[in-house]
Write a protein that binds this ligand. Structure first.
Ligand SMILES: [Zn+2]
Length: 101
């Protein structure tokens, strides 16, 4: 998965945020990333809603489908092994999932 680079003050005009379209003028903060191998550079402003999502950071649809399939298979296997209530208890016990959050 691509790394996201944060720049506090751009040295040149970065064009527009790829999500909301806000202008990223010279001197403004922005972040950039390039999905996949030799992916085209994407720029985003620093607004929370413009954070790159995992799906923005991978250039491969197949990789993403595999990751989702693996996650679903893992969840299904865990639920089969200990039941949904047991899984919730186990996640709480290791601090992954807290009630009331
Ligand atoms: Zn934006």
């Amino acid at each position: 998965m691509a790394r996201v680079h944060h720049v506090k003050r751009s040295r040149k005009d970065q064009g527009k945020c790829g999500k909301c379209g806000d202008a990223l003028a010279k001197g403004s903060a922005y972040r950039h990333f390039a999905p996949g191998f030799r992916g085209r550079k994407r720029v985003r402003c620093m607004k929370g809603g413009c954070s790159p999502r995992p799906s923005d950071l991978t250039g491969s649809d197949k990789l993403q489908r595999d990751a989702i399939a693996a996650r679903n298979a893992l969840a299904a296997a865990l639920i089969e092994a200990v039941g949904e209530a047991g899984l919730a208890r186990a996640l709480r016990a290791v601090g992954v999932f807290k009630e009331g959050e």
